[in-house]
Ligand binder design. Sequence first.
Ligand SMILES: NC(=O)c1ccc[n+]([C@@H]2O[C@H](COP(=O)([O-])OP(=O)(O)OC[C@H]3O[C@@H](n4cnc5c(N)ncnc54)[C@H](O)[C@@H]3O)[C@@H](O)[C@H]2O)c1
Length: 431
Amino acid sequence: MFLKDKIAEKKAKIGIVGLGYVGLPLAVEMANAGFEVVGIDVDGEKVNKISEGKNYIPDLEVKTIERLVGEGHLKATNDFSIVSNLDAIIICVPTPLNKMREPDTSYIQSSINSISPYLKKGQLLILESTSYPGTTEEIILPVIKKYGLEVGKDIYVAFSPERVDPGNKKYSIKNTPKVVGGVTEKCTDIAALLYAQIAEEVVPVSSLKAAEMTKLLENIFRCVNIALVNEIMILCDRMGIDVWEVIKAASTKPFGFMPFYPGPGLGGHCIPVDPFYLSWKAKEYDFYTEFIELAGKVNQNMPYYVVSKIAESLNDVQKSIKGSKILILGVAYKRDIDDIRESPALRVIEILGQKGAFISYHDPYINKISVGDESFCSEPLSEDVLREKDCVVVITDHSNVDYELIVEKANLVVDTRNALDKFKNGNIVKI
Ligand SMILES: NC(=O)c1ccc[n+]([C@@H]2O[C@H](COP(=O)([O-])OP(=O)(O)OC[C@H]3O[C@@H](n4cnc5c(N)ncnc54)[C@H](O)[C@@H]3O)[C@@H](O)[C@H]2O)c1
């Protein structure tokens, strides 16, 4: 049976390498569509959890995983030899920055090294990890060639950026168009056919690099616009203008404007990281990506701005950061998720700690965090806890928090997300 027929008839066996925030939802979507799916991960704990039908990603329902595992549609393993039984393999491993803030593609490299001994003719291999244009060509293709497989003839290779937005209830894999670019037209066609089984719309592009660049453009667009609105917010503050009111008014323009919102800084695995994949690669072409660098500078400065706002607000009530009890509300990098990667809350906590504040935090999604050498546990929100704090700082505006209680009981609230817009109490300071 040809690969295309196997895909169209949902008889293809799919392997998802990397069962994280991207890989697990994709594996579930493929399994739900009727494919037999195997998740391959080096993390034994994740493999065990899936094998037992347990879930660890908030956007997914445990019942779904339990059912798919029970039906035999979803399995997990750390044994890469399973690849020889598969028809399509999709790589979803991390792409962080190293200490020098340069791309760390070692996870892609090690996953393809583990996969490649088991590759065989007639398979489809797709990379979904976000990276600079040229990654698939430079890292994946040479390893495949080493095993004597001709791409486009023996094996099909494509890149398809993952656009999942954790916590987003409106847009899922299903109703978010999927961009696909293959090495050859046939590679693109087969990869597009696979994604068409789970996504309502597939957008083929002409090359691997075009697909890789698409993802970076999307994330750089957000990073630059967030930096712009952060800068406007700081200016508005100095001029005594409410930036939130301005954004709301500007958003009424039906064309040519799209709202972005200021905040305590960028977080997550994507927006603070991905732009630097491109600026690093651009240097190879004697090109300096000024917008990315500038946006990075503005956004990285935001936690310091938040701390200066806290200092100013405490000063107004004859207090200093040193010795004050400060409760950070929300440490996840964004609303309604449990991910703290690159979260600005961690930076704010670190700076406040260095200045001598007594820090605690509350986050309904995260029980424990470590910042430097210090560990913290989420403190339950109660009247007594709120009363004893000198300041509560809203860093992440989770929707399942009792903001009314906070506004009523806290002595001072610094709100970095406009979460308290509807309250007019005098103890609220907006950034
Ligand atoms: N999280 C997001 O919102 C998001 C959105 C779009 C794109 N992306 C991109 O998707 C990719 C994956 O991100 P994520 O958030 O899912 O990461 P993650 O850290 O949540 O998951 C990655 C998984 O890969 C596993 N892994 C690491 N090395 C491996 C190897 N050699 N073989 C097999 N498994 C391995 C890890 O154990 C982990 O379970 C990244 O490139 C990221 O930039 C992420």
